[in-house]
Design a protein around this ligand. Sequence first.
Ligand SMILES: [Zn+2]
Length: 317
Amino acid sequence: MIHEKDGIHIETNEKVVADARTAKGDINFVSHAHADHAAKEDGRFVCSELTRKIMSERFDVEMERYENSKIELIESGHIIGSTSALIDNQILYTGDFSPRDRLYLNGFEPVEAEKLIMETTYGTPAYRFPSQEEVEKRIKDWVADSNGPLVLFGYSLGKAQKIQQIVQKSTSRDLIAHDAIKNMNEVIEKHTDLEFRAKPYDKNKDVLEENGILFAPSRSSQADWMKKIVDKYGVKKAGFSGWANTDSFRYRGGYDETFVLSDHADFDELVETVEKVNPEKVYTHHGFDEEFASYLKREKGIDARALKHNQSSLTDF
Ligand SMILES: [Zn+2]
């Protein structure tokens, strides 16, 4: 019995609740420290030590971490500290994942399981991404070829650090970061070997008068303060996401340039993951969940279905 309400609920002899905000099971698992998966209450969780540290500081919750013999953690290659969970050696819950080696992250290496519960953000063939090398080269070339100031937008935990790692190695230009990103940089620097050389935006805005580069959270791409910066300094804006595969991403963010830099598996990588896990049954969630489940049934003959929010348990179907 597997269903989705607040998080994913997996009924074994003990109930496992994964990535819930407040719901609790006998065992509570957190895959990574993104807000949409974040526990909003104190408690005891099975998760990686890095996830616990980042979440405790990011959301100011008291998280106690423990190990449980039912659950094996497997690095999922999504962001720092992210893991999948193999439950009872039978059920693999991926959480957000990417099989690509990227900068400081190793890609997810799936294991075989009878049941697979997987995120399918990009579960449709429109989302096939270029290679990591190609994307990084495009980013470096674009930065090198642009003369004026730039603002590079990415989610403050995960994407923003990858953009910084790519850019800071390839340019000597002044780098500054918005608070939301700077705070995450500091948490990550405290717990890993990574270093970020961006200075705080507030105290160093003047570098945008020359050819400085600002790292800003994606949610600020159309904010009023950003519009003022664009008017005042004539900056160019770039967005980074798997969604950059389509034109609407550029339009919605008001970007001058976009790059397909993703922390998720693309369509082909989702299919390869299913083949490696070789499950009897697949449950999909997030993004193109129904499309991907239909694809698996139609093209691969695999028993698959989408978990939908608020649906009753599977025994009702
Ligand atoms: Zn995530």
